[in-house]
Design a protein around this ligand. Structure first.
Ligand code: IDP
Ligand code: MG
Length: 132
């Protein structure tokens, strides 16, 4: 996902360009907005964390871009491209180092495993919206 802080600042094109320049193929793409309850479902694993309410209100406050991306070792390659959760710790040149505002408002989401990538793709897209 391209998160609300980045969509709000007009960064969709810049971030998609970084993603395709890094060799990812876009297999599905949409602009959408999460309801609060959808954000709570998406981030359910973090429901006991102190930042959960801030995270879900931020993620539902304005539109996001959802995408399904393909590359060899896509999960780890994408996490290398986006950088650390905290932009002050993210390597130079990573998307979060370039664009993120804070550890909370960090511009992009990446799945943390192949299993969760499939769950998250199916959260955002119906079958015929994902190209094979
Ligand atoms: P990730 O997005 O790098 O995988 P996670 O630990 O899975 O990071 O956390 C999910 C999201 O929750 C982060 O991207 C960020 O938006 C938010 N978040 C994580 N830790 C903190 C924190 O300590 N303070 C505020 N927000 C946080
Ligand atoms: Mg995560």
């Amino acid at each position: 996902m391209i998160k609300p802080d980045a969509v709000e600042r007009g960064l969709i094109g810049d971030i998609l360009k970084d993603i395709t320049n890094a060799g990812f193929k876009i297999k599905a793409l949409k602009l959408t907005q999460l309801s609060l309850s959808e954000a709570e479902t998406f981030y359910a694993i973090h429901s006991k964390r102190p930042f959960f309410n801030d995270l879900t209100s931020y993620m539902s406050r304005s539109p996001i871009v959802a995408a399904v991306l393909e590359k060899d070792n896509a999960v780890s390659e994408f996490r290398n491209l986006i950088g650390d959760t905290d932009p002050s710790k993210a390597n130079e040149g990573t998307i979060r180092a370039k664009y993120a505002i804070s550890k909370g408002e960090n511009s992009v989401h990446g799945s943390d495993s192949d299993e969760n990538a499939k769950i998250e793709a199916e959260f955002h897209f119906s079958g015929r919206e994902i190209l094979f």
